[in-house]
Design a protein around this ligand. Structure first.
Ligand code: NI
Length: 412
């Protein structure tokens, strides 16, 4: 990293003033699009109303539109005059299944659905960046793919879009933004290596033999077995997994029994497994099965363990993270970038793209005006609100990152 400082000092190869101005000029449109999407949230892989709004926002721009059979996702492709690299910018489009309680004038009109993870802003920023980059197409050193993806909230939308061939041939580099109400407004943050965790769902069923609660010896009570498994899983984390390769196992739901005087036939545990490496993930999965099955067997009961593989670890390429730091500081000054000391154990569908393409995701602080970023409502809260003005910075950052990834700043 000897030349990293030099790279940072050489940042003005980017046309940062133009991108910052473009972000400001397109902010009103981005706010309008964000609010329209926010008012009509959709869940999952098929988001017809959201996709229609995105297409309307892109109408008339010199973009090739690609769509696939598996989702309502859209990839819009902008080809510059030069036959250079291809880079990808991504925004997710789906909402969460919860009922909004913000009182905003443009609040969700669909009970049970809300943009509580900021994907409405991600989509609006990406549409703004598409417009800004189209306006400066003549200066583009290659091709930009704008990936508008549904199904980020556990639906594997990015994986389906990759499988549908919408991102072929694979781009040379990729970048995404995620808004955060728990960071100061307008500040970007990221890190090299693991940024977010893998996420797998656990379901463990223990089967005993039901009977009268007063005569447990005539039954086979699954409840103490469930309890022992819950405790042993925490010992697995601390005794069998390296402390330098962190794992989180949380049993978040326990279910057994119906009343006070009946021993139930069976019981169930639900939980989540988070890791920062495939190695720890494999070790934890194997350990969970071993512990559940053998503790049950030790008591003469049976255990069925289901592990549903979710998103892989989101790993950021140091070269693209460096570009993001350069771009953020060139655009908005020294205080505009924070290097995160450690990853977060949340998970992200963009991980599938980053498994195939060197790239990075960065967070963009969006604490609501007048609120304290440390205590304001977090992502996935039904009272989460944002400072929309930071979308100007997000648009500029996307544009600068496209230019930087296309240009000489990134050695691939
Ligand atoms: Ni999200």
């Amino acid at each position: 990293m000897a030349n990293r400082r030099e790279m940072l000092l050489n940042a003005p190869t980017l046309d940062t003033d133009a991108w910052a101005a473009a972000g400001e000029a397109l902010l009103a449109d981005a706010v309008a699009l964000r609010r329209a999407i926010h008012a009509e949230p959709e869940l999952g892989l098929d988001l017809p109303a959201t996709t229609a709004k995105v297409k309307a926002a892109l109408a008339g721009l010199p973009l090739e539109i690609r769509e696939g059979p598996s989702t309502s996702g859209v990839v819009a492709i902008l080809r510059g005059p030069a036959n250079g690299r291809t880079v990808l910018l991504r925004g997710d489009m789906d909402a969460l299944p919860l009922t909004e309680d913000t009182g905003l004038a443009f609040a969700s009109t669909s009970p049970g659905a809300m943009h509580a993870c900021g994907h409405d802003t991600h989509t609006a920023m990406l549409a703004g960046a598409a417009r800004a980059l189209c306006e400066r197409r003549d200066g583009l050193a290659g091709t930009v793919m704008f990936m508008f993806q549904p199904g980020e909230e556990g639906w594997h939308g990015a994986r389906f879009m990759l499988e549908d061939g919408l991102i072929d041939p694979l781009p040379h580099a990729a970048f995404a933004l995620h808004i955060s109400p728990n960071m100061p407004a307008g500040v970007f943050a990221g890190r090299t290596g693991p940024l977010l965790a893998s996420s797998d769902k656990l379901r463990i069923k223990v089967t005993g033999r039901g009977g009268h609660a007063s005569m447990p010896h005539d039954a086979l009570d699954p409840i103490p077995v469930l309890c022992e498994i819950v405790g042993a899983l925490q010992a697995l984390v601390t005794r069998r997994i390296s402390v330098f390769d962190p794992v989180v196992i949380t049993i978040a739901r326990v279910e057994a029994g119906s009343t006070d005087n009946v021993i139930p036939e069976d019981g169930r545990l639900w939980g989540t497994l988070r890791t920062l490496s495939e190695r720890a993930r494999d070790a934890a999965q194997e350990g969970i099965r071993r512990i559940a099955e053998h503790i049950a067997a030790a008591h003469g009961a049976g255990a069925e363990v289901e592990i549903e593989r979710g998103f892989p670890v989101t790993v950021c390429d140091g070269r693209v993270v460096d570009l993001a730091e350069r771009a953020a500081t060139a655009l908005f000054g020294e205080g505009a970038w924070t290097t995160m000391a450690h990853p977060m154990m949340g998970a992200e569908d963009f991980a599938y793209v980053l498994q195939k393409v060197p790239g990075a995701m960065a967070f963009l602080g969006a604490a609501p005006e007048g609120g304290d970023f440390r205590t304001c409502c977090a992502l996935h809260s039904n009272r989460m609100t944002l400072d929309e003005s930071v979308m100007a910075r997000g648009i500029a950052m996307h544009c600068a990152m496209a230019e930087a990834m296309l240009g000489g700043g990134l050695e691939l």
